[in-house]
Design a protein around this ligand. Structure first.
Ligand SMILES: CSCC[C@H](NC=O)C(=O)O
Ligand SMILES: [Zn+2]
Ligand SMILES: [Zn+2]
Length: 422
């Protein structure tokens, strides 16, 4: 039909939306993210806009793209805007539209893996800077954008190595923005801390025996006892959340993610043998306010006690304290001038901020906070269902475009901010 034809032509011309769709169409999901294509796409956008570009590689085939818009006073600490290149996997058959099609529905929803997490901010940073340059805005502080690999798998070959590098030190970052999460209401959400992830693996050992026997201290019995104790702990904290006394992200969470036991046979498992080993894995998240030592004692004494023939392993996925030993939290009061500037900029863009939160999950921001850099998690999505890591992840075009305007305000304010004393 003619109107359909017209729609297609409109979709194909170069616009903020088609550029966003272009980025979304690059398949950067684990375990084989196409980092090369993502970096080359972003780099060509940056060069067109007139930004300086530099590609770093802290691990083979895991590039990190760094963009720079020099400010008029390079002696002032800079602003860093961060976004990760990678995405989590998809189950394409469970999606309404193919997850790399970036299909836009008639009501403006753009469907793609990464549309919320976090390819939106990756492109919004660029679009905002493109607009500011078109308005002849001149930054005072230098503005950098980093596109880092491997956030979804812990950032060890990405942000962790980046913050430890000379290149990072040379940026002299004073304040940084990283990803946040969608807000279902009218207010923008902002995050001053993440929870720190631990992988907890507990193992139980015991006497093997005939499947018909009753005896004490089998590996399975001991593991199941632990699972029960951990489940009770989980419930007690979940009750606090359900009673409205704390947010989900303010308490420790511990969730079972795998169970491994039994003696494999060609048809499944041997059914008449009680196994001598059993194992369970948990995703544990520590809010910055929790005491990690107390949790370690609990694990050693209650969850996997040696007297029940149990062992455990805790794998801490990143820092839990900064270089001064302080919890990884960015201040969100007027003692932090960056906070005041940020908040003011949101207001000036016609937005309202919700009460600052701890993020339930984990981002690369923890590595920057570890260096003592004030960092806020922020993704300008209001009136949007929270679909990160979910099927049918989408973002509405109007929400995306408004986010660009919000960043124009935020970036120009942050870059123009000069401490009265400095
Ligand atoms: C082990 S760090 C994992 C980081 C990951 N980030 C986003 O989902 C997360 O699970 O929160
Ligand atoms: Zn993310
Ligand atoms: Zn994610």
């Amino acid at each position: 039909t003619p109107s359909h034809q017209h729609h297609l032509e409109k979709e194909e011309e170069d616009s903020p939306i088609t550029r966003f769709q272009g980025y979304l169409r690059i398949n950067t999901v684990h375990p084989n993210p196409d980092y090369a294509s993502a970096v080359s796409f972003l780099k060509s956008q940056a060069l067109y806009i007139g930004l300086q570009t530099k590609t770093l590689e802290f691990a083979r085939s895991k590039p990190l793209l760094l963009l720079t818009w020099p400010g008029s006073d390079p002696s002032l600490p800079s602003i860093l805007l961060n976004s990760h290149l990678d995405s989590v996997p998809v189950e394409p058959s469970k999606w309404l539209h193919p997850p790399f099609s970036a299909y836009r529905s008639p009501d403006g929803k753009i469907f793609a893996r990464g549309s919320q997490d976090d390819k939106c901010i990756a492109m919004q940073y660029l679009e905002a800077i493109r607009n500011l340059r078109a308005q002849n805005f001149q930054p005072t502080r230098t503005i950098h954008i980093s596109y880092v690999p491997d956030e979804e798998i812990g950032g060890f070959d990405g942000a962790a190595k980046f913050v430890a590098s000379k290149e990072f030190a040379d940026l002299n970052v004073g304040f940084m923005l990283d990803e946040g999460q969608a807000s279902t209401g009218d207010e923008f959400r902002v995050f001053y801390a993440d929870r720190s992830p631990w992988n907890l693996i507990i193992k139980a050992f015991g006497m093997p025996g005939h499947g018909s026997r009753l005896y004490d201290n089998s590996a399975m019995e001991n593991l199941m006892k632990s699972v029960e104790i951990i489940t009770k702990f989980r419930e007690s904290l979940f009750d606090v959340v359900k009673a409205g006394k704390a947010a989900n992200s303010e308490v420790i969470s511990v969730n079972p993610v795998y169970l491994k036991a039994g003696i494999p046979s060609p048809t499944g498992f041997v059914m008449n043998m009680q196994p001598s080993e059993a194992e369970a894995g948990f995703d544990l998240r520590m809010p910055p306010t929790a005491d990690p030592d107390l949790v370690k004692i609990r694990i050693a004494e209650e969850w996997a006690p040696a007297i029940r023939n149990m062992t455990y392993q805790i794998i801490e996925k990143g820092p839990i304290r900064d270089y001064m030993g302080r919890p990884l939290m960015t201040l969100t009061n007027d003692s932090n001038p960056w906070w005041s500037i940020f908040k003011q900029a949101i207001t000036e863009a016609g937005g309202k901020l919700a009460k600052p939160e701890i993020l339930a999950s984990t981002t690369d921001a923890r590595y920057m906070r570890q260096m003592g850099i004030p960092t806020l998690g922020f993704s300008p999505m209001t009136n949007t269902p929270i679909l990160l890591h979910d099927h049918n992840e989408f973002l509405k075009d109007t929400i995306y475009l408004r986010g660009i305007k919000v960043y124009e305000s935020v970036i120009s304010s942050l870059s123009s901010f000069v401490r009265a004393s400095a």
